[in-house]
Design a protein around this ligand. Structure first.
Ligand code: CP
Length: 308
């Protein structure tokens, strides 16, 4: 079977492919830190970013990644596009396809939207986050960050805390970490943990002390109020009181446990500033740096499989 032309999800990606992407991404970390670029790789190729939801990290890092590899990078501004005149997602994609776009990076509020587009366009489609489904490049950059500090994923205990229900980041991380031999716990109030999530191979905790005990990595998630149809938490203040990651709660984990957060952070809601900004424990800034390298590795890998 030919390897997929698109990157739509982590689920189903073989561990060997994940390992290869991480190894390639590591080489791009070194390239980026040296200040050099690899502009021949995507020379003459066009990459379009099409974001129907807000983004700072993902969109910027895909654009940087494309430019460092020599692609012509177009940022489509959905807010000022003909989407506002009623053009559908599929018609928008068909329009971009007619311009012979090679790589289409898509974020959409609807789970499955990038997969739908992948069936309709010639371009290689990369899912930059779809609804509550997946955010594959976030999981790859998280894995790269962990590997650079712990040298492996296998056997590590990773506690993913907070609003798991609405988190595509959590889903992609669960698929990736379990497939690479990690032990994943999800920790949060019952209203924010999806039913039957144990079937994904994770342990469920509704208590921060028990959930964090012995954890190597503590990953805090943003409380996604924009996806909450009804009040699943009493108030931000109360949420922090029970579920916020502060120094006291972090002390439940291993003494050298590392802190992650995909961003954007709600300081004082799911994470305390003192923890988020602790240079000894927090990997949050490094996650952002790894995002560029991982996205270069993804663009590189898909381009080697043959763009249209
Ligand atoms: N982590 C993440 O996806 O951040 P952005 O929403 O800023 O892209």
């Amino acid at each position: 079977m030919n390897p997929p032309r698109h990157l739509l999800q982590i689920e189903g990606l073989p561990p060997s492919e994940i390992a290869a992407l991480l190894e390639l991404a590591e080489s791009y970390v070194l390239l980026n830190r040296s200040g050099q670029t690899e502009r021949d790789l995507l020379h003459g190729r066009t990459l379009i970013t099409l974001f129907f939801e807000d983004s700072t990290r993902t969109r910027t890092s895909f654009e940087l990644a494309g430019k460092r590899l020599g692609a012509d990078v177009i940022t489509m501004s959905v807010a000022t596009s003909s989407v506002n005149k009623g053009e559908t997602l599929l018609d928008t994609a068909a329009t971009l396809n007619a311009m012979h776009c090679d790589l289409l990076v898509v974020r959409h509020a609807q789970s499955g939207a990038p997969a739908l587009l992948a069936q309709k366009v010639d371009a290689a489609v990369i899912n930059a986050g779809d609804g509550t489904h997946e955010h594959p490049t976030q999981a790859l950059l998280d894995a790269l960050t962990i590997c650079r500090h712990r040298g492996r994923l296998e056997g590590l205990v990773v506690a993913i805390c907070g609003d798991v229900l609405h988190s595509r980041v959590a889903r992609s991380n669960i698929h990736l970490l379990t497939s690479m031999g990690g032990h994943v716990r999800v920790v949060g109030p019952p209203t924010l943990i999806p039913p039957a999530i144990e079937k994904m191979g994770v342990e469920v905790f509704h208590d921060m002390r028990a959930g964090l005990a012995g954890a190597d990595i503590v990953m805090a998630l943003r409380l996604q109020k924009e996806r909450m149809a009804r009040g699943l938490v009493p108030s931000a203040r109360e949420y922090f009181r029970f579920w916020g990651l502060d120094a006291e709660r972090l002390a439940y984990a291993k003494s050298d446990a590392l802190v992650m957060h995909p961003g954007p952070m709600n300081r004082g809601v799911e994470i305390d500033s003192a923890v988020a900004d602790d240079p000894e424990r927090s990997l949050i800034r490094e996650q952002v740096e790894m995002g560029v390298a991982v996205r270069m590795a993804v663009l590189d890998t898909l381009s080697r499989r043959g763009l249209s």
